[in-house]
Design a protein around this ligand. Structure first.
Ligand SMILES: [Zn+2]
Length: 227
């Protein structure tokens, strides 16, 4: 992957693009989103990822990964909602500074919540996720909470992948960002690298029994099903 040629650096916030005007246009927005996401997650130290505005297709996995130094968030030119992509990936990036990792679905839920708040669109994001959940039966929450990132691609159909993200969102929405951070601190105090996934099961039960028609059925191969 080759970096786009034009660079704009505003106080350490770096955007690269094909044309300098594009990078200039993006950087102001990015400075604002970065500040908001940091404030929400309580992380104030660098590095801040570089933004690369790319012409061609790129692997989703490049986004927010720290294998690059500094990390990179790739945006596709002409994508309909690059602000969402930036805020979501920044959330993943800064969450890694918390004292413990989160199950993948919870981390995805956090990134969607943070991106919704950073863009002043939390209500729309919430409605979309809750709409999905009202039409979904979660067959085995333990399985959903233990899905590794690689397995997101393996979920049998698009609905499943949307639904498990919505489960993560509902859990984070219930706990709040501060509640989630406190769980990470508790896990860290117990010398754990990651918050155990079963800590989230009671949270899901509380959400599901109140908001959605969940039925207790035995775990199956599919983790969710469309009602
Ligand atoms: Zn994500």
């Amino acid at each position: 992957m080759i970096a786009p040629p034009c660079v704009v650096d505003r106080d350490g916030i770096v955007v690269r693009a094909e044309y300098v005007e594009e990078a200039e246009r993006l950087v102001g927005d990015y400075v604002d989103l970065d500040r908001r996401v940091r404030d929400m997650l309580g992380v104030h130290s660098p590095p801040t990822p570089e933004i690369w505005l790319m012409e061609e297709e790129f692997g989703e996995t490049v986004n927010g990964l720290s294998g690059f130094t500094p990390p990179i968030v790739c945006l596709e030119r002409g994508h309909h909602d690059n602000r969402q992509v930036v805020a979501h990936e920044l959330s993943h990036h800064y969450q890694r500074r918390w004292p413990a990792r989160l199950p993948t679905v919870v981390d995805e839920g956090l990134a969607d919540l943070v991106a919704g708040m950073a863009r002043d669109q939390l209500e729309e994001v919430r409605e979309r996720h809750y709409h999905t959940l009202r039409r979904t039966r979660v067959q085995s929450i333990d399985h959903v909470l233990e899905l590794p990132a690689e397995d997101f691609e393996e979920i049998p159909h698009l609905w499943g992948s949307r639904a498990v993200r919505s489960v993560g969102f509902a859990i984070v929405d219930k706990l709040g960002v501060d509640g989630l951070l406190q769980m990470c601190q508790r896990a860290n105090a117990l010398d754990l690298d990651a918050v155990p996934s079963d800590w989230f099961e009671p949270v899901w039960s509380a959400v599901a029994s109140r908001s959605f028609q969940q039925k207790e059925i035995p775990p199956g191969l599919e983790v969710v099903t469309l009602l």
